[in-house]
Design a protein around this ligand. Structure first.
Ligand code: SAM
Length: 470
């Protein structure tokens, strides 16, 4: 056990000397421009409520060459946040405070490098301790001592055994285990510790097939989605400049695919079906529906997020009518052949891509979100033509936002009935709805609990309803 009292004077004989801290970004120096310091500050900001995307603003303090490393450290610390805190707690009498300094963030970044990133021990320890500033001074010796102790333990006994369940808050564990069972939960939390593969959604199946044929390691997941195990800079991939594809997890593609399967039966190029994408930004589903030839209206409350839809449409050379509005009070001049409601939700299905979500979600939030989703669904019903379709989707693993929400909707609306999903792999179809978790794989024939290396898919729920009458 290393105690703060033993080491807080910063005079630990093993502690590396810290270069003087001066203000302003300094490439390769200590202070604002130091990679570990920026990573520690990002993690600290996230523990205090910022999202990973917001915390990424700090990367601009670093030279380009260091940004990926700092980002990777933060992501790794977030993916293993519970395991890291459990490990450090064995060596601390008291957990390090989360504020007002970044000592806790730096310690986590140090452990992430030592245990999960294969950074040589001397660099992981020395550079992390040297990244402490004046405010962390009382904890400098302690950070050094804990990191050295963990390194000694690794030398003696090997790296700690993975315990990925510790990274998920208890309330999420309980809810996901009740929904999917213990075996699936174990696979889900293991997938959360891994960087997910890159999935591309192609506008045209022929382009997807040609891409797979031309690129080693590219795997077709269905006729529009292709998976790459290594990503790198997506702008360098074939077809980026031409706008042939956009980045979209395969699971996120299914809601629009389900709707497309219904609409294509009556839609023609001369009179394309009209679709309202109700919470549209950043626009993945709008792009899919526009690529399938529909007349799409994309509504979102956020101007900045709608600007991203516009950019995405421009790059992919697709068209949609963009509307900024609040779905709770927007007045539509007409009804549509279909409405897609990809509702705001806890986003717990996207934790592989947003590892910060474990830190800023709370159980009480789920019931509030479910109420909001119910209001949005209610609004959506009025915009569907008689005989038209409503697709309800959420990127959540929580049944309260998915299955239970859809059941409550059906119970309250006898003018809507469930449509049997078409073109959906059988193992992703549950009670006439699409349900995926990171423990699934689009190509596996049964619930996917096996080959972790192949990568799973985001957690999603989607169901299509048809309005009676014509
Ligand atoms: C899950 S995201 C949608 C993702 C999108 N469908 C896609 O595939 O890229 C939810 C979106 O709902 C929007 N939103 C939240 N409240 C809204 C409201 N009251 N009216 C309209 N849009 C809203 C958010 O701005 C956000 O862009």
């Amino acid at each position: 056990m290393v105690s703060q009292a033993d080491n807080s004077n910063g005079k630990n004989a093993n502690a590396p000397k810290r270069a003087p801290e001066k203000g302003g970004p300094k490439k390769g120096g200590r202070g604002k421009g130091d990679t570990r310091r920026v990573a520690g500050a990002m993690l600290a900001a996230i523990t205090r409520g910022k999202t990973l995307d917001e915390a990424r603003d700090r990367l601009s303090d670093l030279p380009d060459s260091e940004r990926n490393l700092a980002d990777a450290m933060v992501q790794m610390a977030l993916r293993h946040y519970g395991e890291i805190n459990a490990l450090t707690s064995k060596h601390l009498k008291r957990a390090l405070p989360l504020r007002p300094h970044i000592a806790h963030g730096l310690l986590c970044i140090g452990v992430a490098q030592l245990v999960y990133m294969n950074v040589p021990a001397h660099a992981a320890i020395h550079e992390t301790v040297a990244a402490t500033g004046r405010r962390e001074q009382p904890f400098r010796g302690l950070i050094n001592a804990v990191l050295r102790q963990i390194e000694r333990d690794i030398q003696a006994d090997g790296p700690p055994s993975p315990t990925p369940l510790e990274n998920l808050p208890d309330w999420m564990q309980a809810r996901f285990e009740a929904a999917y069972g213990r075996e699936a939960l174990d696979t889900i939390v293991t997938q959360h510790t891994r960087t997910p593969p890159l999935d591309l959604c192609f506008k045209m199946p022929e382009k997807a097939a040609a891409f797979v044929a031309a690129n080693d390691g590219a795997e077709a997941l269905n006729d529009t989605h292709v998976r790459l195990e290594r990503s790198g800079d997506v702008r360098a991939l074939d077809g980026f400049k031409e706008g042939d594809w956009f980045v979209q997890d395969v699971a996120a593609g299914y809601p629009a695919r389900l709707l497309d399967a219904e609409l294509r039966q009556t839609s023609t190029p001369e009179t394309p079906a009209t679709v309202l994408d109700l919470c549209a930004a950043p626009g993945g589903k709008t792009l899919q529906l526009a690529a399938a030839g529909y007349d799409v209206t994309a509504l979102d409350i956020s101007a900045s997020r709608l600007a991203r839809v516009k950019e995405n449409l421009k790059r992919t050379k697709l068209k949609a009518n963009l509307v900024r509005g609040d779905a709770l009070d927007w007045q539509s001049p007409k009804q549509f052949d279909a409405v897609l409601l990809d509702a705001p939700c806890s986003a717990s299905g996207t934790m592989r891509r947003h590892p910060d979500l474990v830190l800023n979600r709370h159980e009480g939030y789920i019931a509030k979100l479910a109420e909001f989703q119910q209001h949005l669904l209610e609004r959506a019903t009025g915009w569907v033509k008689p005989g038209g379709f409503l697709c309800y989707a959420v990127c959540s693993l929580d049944p309260e936002e998915g299955e239970a929400q859809a059941q409550a909707f059906l119970a309250a609306h006898d003018d809507f009935q469930v449509v049997s999903p078409q073109n959906l792999p059988a193992h992703l179809c549950h009670e006439k709805a699409f349900r995926s978790t990171p423990a699934d794989h689009p190509l596996a024939q049964s619930r996917y609990l096996g080959d972790i290396e192949k990568g799973g898919m985001d957690g999603f729920f989607a169901q299509v309803f048809q309005k009676t009458g014509a």
